[in-house]
Design a protein. Sequence first.
Length: 198
Amino acid sequence: MTRILPGTDVYARDLDTPTPRARRCRFNTLTSTHGLITRIWSLPVDGSPAGRPGLLGLVFQGPSLLPPLDVTENVALPLLLAGCTETQARERAAAALRDVGLDEFATRLPEELSGGQAQRVAVARALAARPRLILADEPTGQLDSAHAAQVVGLLLDAATLLGAALVLSTHDLTIADRLPGRWQMADGLMIAGGDDPC
């Protein structure tokens, strides 16, 4: 394990990646922030029990939607698992889908969506919990440039609206240039600053 943020208890496991560039730059949200995620999930916010929605929103490189569930059910599922009633979960899912411009797709299955639409559903799923921290692991890696710009715009707008922190990993310098703060991963360490985010 390597400490990636000096002065903190945030560590990364040594990543087994095929190229030197990938080894230097890859920031895998699930691996690199495991300790951070564990601590966040174990802390109550505003007196709510641990594990309740509102602490952490995750957006992965691929949308990770469940094929047999429609769009609304995919967005609502984490809320149901966290203890929300079905009515609450569906209302929050509908609001999140409106926020990402997909309310007319509420009853569609994942296979009926384009890649950009599916990724916007994944963003809606993360935002429905009204998180305090949004972790996005290369959320634009499988999208064309127009859809990538749209997804990053949604994440930035949502973070502002929710008053949430946004941590987004990317290899795309165009995406990185839109972010107010950037860090570079090199030799197993996260280095604050730098002109080239990866």
